[in-house]
Design a protein around this ligand. Structure first.
Ligand code: TYM
Length: 332
């Protein structure tokens, strides 16, 4: 039996090189060997204010980006979270098992509450519980994510324990996080002490998957580098250059050491120009494919419906067991 993989991305802003390197690149490598489900977390997106039309369009856009980046809808089940109602159903049941104090400690909640002072809603608070439901519904063995999701996965694992203490074992599989050694935390281009984020107000901080060549060149050119001139991987003292080397290494397949050797005696500017070309070569064809896919929204819709049907069949098997276990009456 193949192991089950599940992961997703929240539909906010524009997918970045950070999302690609930390997560989606790994997803595409797993699709041949594992039973994979990848989804668009549009319900999670509602925790911050969204223009309804923009959100719907962005869901299509993210889906087209998943496909353009190489995820195959035949090999994987790809779907939108909101099209499978079992996510919210399980989320409620898990919410009733989650201590408030635990959610209060979540770093991402604290950061987002600081950023969205005018909209600290209950969804922002219970966000990680919905994430746990996403994972547990499909009995996922492995969850490939970037470093920033580690704490949420710990909560998910603890929820399996809380559920078992209360109702007994055998309903949920215990999921394991899968976090890459290189690139699990790609940093902002202008401030390499912060992670590259798709919802960052400053567009210069990130490379978006669908940026054109000119934008990519410009953004790398203006990326913050560090004092000194040596091209060396040293996160503490050279956060900017180290970040550029990480991106370069993942996209070119060269090790950091190889790159350090190649750039002995060269300037930061050389590294930036070359790196921009490596990224353009990677993302150029992705953007072309993306543009094509976005011309055919009906096709995207049809694939999403097919994905949701396949996902729902799996989710329903779990939710039935959960309803029986916790004492809810059967609905069908
Ligand atoms: P999201 O949309 O913020 O990010 C999607 C994936 O990209 C990774 N990532 C990064 N990796 C490296 N460097 C970065 N700068 C960087 N920024 C983001 C994230 O770790 C993530 O793997 N809550 C999740 C979506 C979600 C989910 C789930 C994920 C909802 N339910 C269940 C896994 C399982 C999120 O907002 O990811």
């Amino acid at each position: 039996m193949k192991k089950t993989i599940l992961s997703g991305s929240t539909v906010t802003g524009d997918l970045t090189l950070g999302n690609y390197i930390g997560a989606i690149n790994t997803w595409t490598q797993l699709q041949d060997e594992y039973d994979c489900l990848y989804f668009l977390a549009d319900l999670h997106a509602l925790t911050v204010h969204q223009d309804p039309e923009v959100l719907r369009k962005r869901t299509h856009s993210f889906f087209a980006q998943y496909l353009a980046l190489g995820l195959d809808p035949k090999k994987n089940i790809i779907f939108a979270q909101s099209q499978v109602p079992q996510h919210t159903e399980l989320s409620w049941i898990l919410t009733c098992l989650t201590p408030m104090g635990y959610l209060n400690r979540m770093t991402q909640f604290k950061e987002k509450a600081e950023k969205h002072v005018k909209n600290i809603n209950a969804g922002l608070f219970t966000y990680p519980v919905l994430m746990a439901a996403d994972i547990l519904l499909y009995q996922a063995d492995l969850v490939p994510v970037g470093e920033d999701q580690k704490q949420h996965l710990e909560l998910c694992r603890d929820l399996v324990g809380y559920f078992e203490n209360r109702y007994g074992k055998g309903i949920f599989k215990m999921p394991e996080p899968m976090i890459g050694k290189t690139g699990a935390r790609i940093m902002s281009l202008q401030d390499p002490t912060k992670k590259m984020s798709k919802s960052d107000e400053n567009d210069k901080n990130r490379i978006s998957i669908i940026d054109d060549a000119k934008a990519i060149e410009k953004k790398f050119k203006s990326a913050a580098t560090d004092s000194g001139s040596e091209i060396k991987y040293d996160v503490e003292n050279k956060a900017g250059v180290s970040n550029l080397l990480t991106i370069y290494s993942v996209l070119s397949g060269k090790t950091i050491e190889q790159l350090e050797n190649e750039y002995v005696g060269k300037m930061y500017g050389h590294l930036k120009v070359d790196l921009a070309q490596v990224v353009i070569q990677k993302l150029g064809p992705v953007k072309d494919k993306y543009d094509d896919l976005m011309k055919n929204r009906d096709y995207l819709d049809q694939l999403l419906v097919e994905g949701a049907e396949r996902a729902e069949a799996r989710a329903e098997a779990t939710i039935k067991k959960v309803y029986d276990t916790v004492g809810l009456v059967r609905r069908r």
